[in-house]
Write a protein that binds this ligand. Structure first.
Ligand SMILES: [Zn+2]
Length: 174
């Protein structure tokens, strides 16, 4: 049996060998099951990778590695802390809105119970004297809190918009 032709198989597969060499490889393949197997593996690998003619000079393993690297650089996997941060960042408006709804409900209850107390409609009358939370004050505090939450949502929207813009700019340069 002649020497194994492993080293020549890729070039043989790509038709890059001269007549003399490819004849030797062909002759060896006829009598060597192990080299036949390797050629079959090579063929399957090339089909799997969707053979591109420019990379045909590469060894299959090298080609595979470079494709994996290409794939990884195209779609970088985000670390967990980054995904968590993105998730938290995205939930900020919902949290702010919930807080706002909560304060509205609280102020409504406080105002109504304050009015009821002062009119003697509800609760012990002694409480009305100590409970000095006027509806006007409540309204002012409420407006202040609403403005604050509104500002926070607006600044979140502004930074979200800036992030979107920089993403678009980033994609445009790629
Ligand atoms: Zn062989």
């Amino acid at each position: 049996m002649s020497e194994h032709v492993n080293g020549w198989l890729a070039a043989y597969f790509d038709g890059e060998l001269g007549d003399h060499r490819s004849q030797k490889v062909r002759a060896h393949l006829e009598e060597c099951a192990s080299c036949q197997e390797e050629l079959a593996t090579l063929t399957r690998l090339r089909q799997l990778l969707g053979e591109n003619p420019e990379a045909s000079g590469m060894l299959p393993a090298k080609q595979f590695a470079s494709r994996v690297a290409l794939h990884l650089s195209r779609r970088p996997s985000q670390p967990l802390w980054r995904r968590t941060a993105t998730l938290l960042w995205g939930s900020i408006p919902a949290v702010l809105l919930t807080a706002w709804v909560f304060t509205q409900a609280l102020f409504l209850v406080m105002t109504l119970s304050g009015i009821a107390l002062n009119l003697g409609l509800w609760g012990p009358s002694e409480l009305a004297i100590t409970y000095q939370f006027s509806p006007v004050d409540a309204l002012m505090v409420n407006l202040g809190i609403s403005a604050l939450i509104g500002l926070m949502i607006l600044s979140w929207l502004a930074s979200w918009w800036i992030r979107q813009q920089s993403n678009i700019a980033h994609q445009a340069t790629e």
